[in-house]
Unconditional design. Structure first.
Length: 465
């Protein structure tokens, strides 16, 4: 069991991408995982959360069946079979887990089940057994953060780990979501659409996605959630929650004063922290700063030669696809190649709320702060034929470019923004000119026409814009 080229610590997206990519390049790889392969993303994060968001989408679509000419008997609303919703979600997770296990096996990756720790001699110890390799890649991931007064009990005060793995017979009737970041916004969207009375409490002055996206785009989402019934409180300071016989009392203060609400469940979504406590990093001479493993992002090497770290345990955007990209950088460096480092200012971000939000590159505010002479054009989905056909016209495309120069940022909110972002991501990362993208043909009718139209507007002319 010793003598591998690479020993990977952790089997989430960063870990399995390192293992698969390394094995495809001919490396002999061991991957240590204490739970199921797939990590947070597959079992408690991206995949189950998006399955629940899709369920909410279907529920919403059925609710609008009348708009398409399909009448439900006496205007009846569909009833929610929450265990069935969760069973479908679990089916997808199980299928992907089996697929991933099969793939690891076919690539002849040795998967070691157990808790791995780095040792002072640079090996990885698992249950008394030592795995050695010329490189170790630490992919320990992250866990939800909590605060004193907001202790997570998995029942009435929960994290996304629990919401994605609910074994309740029904949804709670009243929920408070603490934190309006990506997780808070996504679950507020699910709960609101599934008729849960939802209160969103965010500490910063902007209540929904306060950090990250362009404000114009985030504001469209905030308005859409508020219209559907999410009760959003920005600048909210949440006190100690109190469990009562009938629920949980959540006290909070905003600029308009103190309030107390009672809910059935509190979802704490105030960020995640690296899960690096028990990995033997310090003993092995790997520098850790506030829990994050310190790395040189041009190689993903840590302070100890031969030891790399990637994914949520390093201080880069906590996204599965960023971990995939970092895995490629680390493995290429192990192979003695010259990897192209990840450009963290231009990674794709997608929030799978309704409406969806997606962006890559600089926001208008960031571009101006960086000193660019900025030109901005926006285009609404409201006039887009395909958006009308699918019955989902709320949203905009916003393109930020250097005047007379390349595209700096593409910001989307609206139908299928998650999929449309691919074009924006390429445009930003290829440093394309708006005129170059505008000269490309976008199929008609399609949502992507809204991107083409926005690019054409930079020429001072337009088709439909
Ligand atoms: P986040 O950092 O995106 O948002 C946390 C929010 O909570 C912030 O807006 C913050 O101001 C607020 N907050 C912090 N303390 C608070 C308090 N005491 N009271 C009220 N508000 C408070 O973190 P998250 O939403 O928990 O997500 C964690 C990680 O998971 C992120 O790194 C994210 O990248 C990743 N993730 C990504 C996606 C996606 O890309 N679609 C989805 C889910 C999670």
């Amino acid at each position: 069991m010793t003598d591998f080229d690479v020993v990977v610590l952790g089997g989430g997206p960063g870990g399995y991408a390192s293992a698969l990519y390394g094995a495809s390049a001919g490396l002999k790889v061991a991957m240590v995982e204490q739970n199921k392969v797939g990590g947070t993303c597959l079992h408690r994060g991206c995949i189950p959360a998006k399955a629940l968001l899709q369920a909410a989408e279907v529920y919403r679509a059925v609710g609008h069946a009348g708009d398409f000419g399909f009448r439900l008997p006496d205007g009846a609303a569909p009833t929610i079979d929450w265990p069935a919703v969760n069973a479908r979600k679990s089916g997808i997770v199980n299928q992907l887990t089996k697929g991933l296990s099969g793939l690891l096996k076919r690539r002849k990756i040795t998967v070691v089940n157990g808790h791995g720790r780095l040792t002072a001699d640079g090996a990885v110890a698992v249950d008394g057994q030592a795995l050695t390799g010329r490189a170790v890649i630490v992919c320990a991931g992250s866990v939800p953060r909590s605060l004193p007064g907001l202790e997570i009990d998995g029942d009435r005060v929960v994290s996304s780990d629990h919401t994605t793995n609910s074994d309740r017979p029904a949804l709670p009737e009243r929920v408070a979501v603490i934190g309006g970041g990506v997780i808070g916004a996504e679950f507020a969207s699910v709960f609101t659409d599934l008729r849960v009375q939802t209160t969103l409490l965010e500490a910063l002055p902007d209540g929904v996605l306060p950090i990250g996206p362009d404000r114009d785009v985030a504001d469209v989402l905030a308005r859409a959630l508020a219209r559907r019934g999410t009760d959003i409180h920005a600048d909210a300071r949440v006190g100690t929650v109190e469990r009562t016989n009938s629920g949980v009392v959540v006290p909070f203060e905003t600029k308009s004063g103190s309030e107390k609400i009672e809910v059935d469940q509190v979802l704490v979504a105030i960020g995640r922290r690296p899960a690096t406590e028990d990995c033997g990093l310090e003993e092995a001479g790997v520098r850790v700063e506030r829990g994050f493993v310190e790395v040189d992002t041009t190689t993903m090497l840590t302070s100890r030669p031969g030891v790399y770290a990637i994914g949520d345990c390093v201080n880069t955007p906590g996204l599965a696809h960023v971990a995939y990209a970092e895995a490629v950088v680390a493995i290429q460096h192990v192979l003695g190649e010259r990897p192209v480092p990840v450009d963290y200012t231009r990674v794709p971000w997608v929030v799978y709320t309704h409406p969806e939000v997606g962006w890559a590159g600089l926001t208008e505010a960031e571009a101006r702060a960086a000193g660019h002479d900025v030109e901005v054009h926006k285009h609404a989905f409201a006039g887009n034929g395909r958006a009308m056909i699918i019955g989902d016209t709320d949203g905009i495309v916003k393109v930020v470019a250097q005047r007379g120069g390349p595209i700096l940022g593409v910001h989307l909110v609206g139908p299928w923004a998650s999929e449309l972002l691919a074009e924006g991501y390429l445009a930003v990362n290829w440093e394309a000119l708006p005129s170059e993208v505008g000269a490309f043909i976008h199929p008609h009718p399609s949502l992507s026409e809204a991107i083409g139209e926005t690019m054409i507007t930079f020429s001072g002319r337009s088709l439909h814009g």
